[in-house]
Design a binder for this molecule. Structure first.
Ligand code: FE
Ligand code: FE
Ligand code: ZN
Length: 279
């Protein structure tokens, strides 16, 4: 089964997101756990969550993906900024238990001159502080484009974080196609080679989700500007190979392209048309 959806606004609640996902042909979606700027989260209404869980069961959503506020920095040089990331993510993981057995993705952060090694240690410390044996959520490190001092633009950096985490069974990776292309991984001409490297360095068993975005910039540009599917340097043919690759075709795919709902609907239809098992 092809699992495809897009990033949706959280503002109207869980049930609304479920309905919206179905209305554009999706069987999953991504959402921010709170205002992306990281402010206080709204209280969760059980009836609202129940509405979503009903829609997910009825329409065969295998999983949904929550995204942490992108402004958090778990490896800031300011202790109070690291503490804030810790508090928000710990709270998010509690909130995730309203929708058990799903995915929670975050950006590893920017070391802002402290150095990669220090940053990796701080990210692992945070994870070791907030992960619990009881949680049902899998926490994903997102592959990054390598803008500024971002950590996570190489598979090795993500592997080094995972190595330091105690509850590795609660961890995974979300691969963003725009970000890794910007990071210099040639998924257009050597998808097999990139995935072999991922398997060798991190392990494909950790790969739990794909952010499917084209890139406005060429390979290795470290820019992180998403393009619509087929309108960037990755291109539609490469996306056809990506969604059908035996190592990836079973994973959930999430569009974060510059689109309104109708644009997402068109991209979901395009990708469904390219997915071979669905003919
Ligand atoms: Fe992200
Ligand atoms: Fe992403
Ligand atoms: Zn991005």
């Amino acid at each position: 089964m092809f699992t495809i959806g897009c990033h949706l606004s959280t503002s109207k609640g869980y049930t609304h997101m479920g309905k919206e996902a179905v209305s554009i042909g999706g069987n999953t979606f991504q959402f921010f756990t709170r205002n992306p700027r990281g402010s206080k989260a709204k209280d969760i209404k059980q009836s609202d969550v129940d509405g979503l869980l009903g829609i997910m069961a009825e329409h065969d959503f295998p999983v949904i993906l929550a995204h942490a506020p992108y402004t958090l920095n778990p490896c800031s040089d300011k202790p109070e900024t690291r503490e804030f990331a810790w508090q928000v993510m710990a709270d998010d993981l509690q909130r995730m238990e309203y929708t058990p057995h799903n995915l929670y993705n975050f950006h590893p952060g920017s070391h802002v001159g402290q150095g990669v090694e220090t940053g990796i240690g701080q990210i692992a410390d945070l994870l070791n502080g907030i992960l619990t044996k009881e949680q049902t959520t899998t926490v994903l490190l997102e592959t990054m484009a390598g803008k500024g001092t971002e950590i996570g633009s190489t598979f090795a950096e993500l592997a080094q974080i995972l190595e330091k985490v105690n509850l590795q069974e609660k961890m995974g990776v979300c691969l963003d196609t725009c970000h890794i292309h910007d990071g210099g991984y040639d998924i257009v001409n050597d998808l097999d080679g990139v995935l072999e490297e991922f398997d060798h360095v991190i392990g494909l068993k950790y790969l739990k989700a794909i952010h499917i975005n084209d890139s406005m910039n060429p390979l290795g540009s470290h820019k992180d500007r998403h393009a619509k599917i087929g309108e960037g340097y990755i291109g539609t043919e490469a996306f056809a190979r990506i969604i059908n690759h035996p190592a990836l075709c079973h994973l959930p795919f999430f569009l974060e392209t510059p689109n309104e709902l109708d644009g997402y609907q068109a991209e979901i239809a395009l990708l469904r048309g390219l997915y071979q098992q669905e003919g």
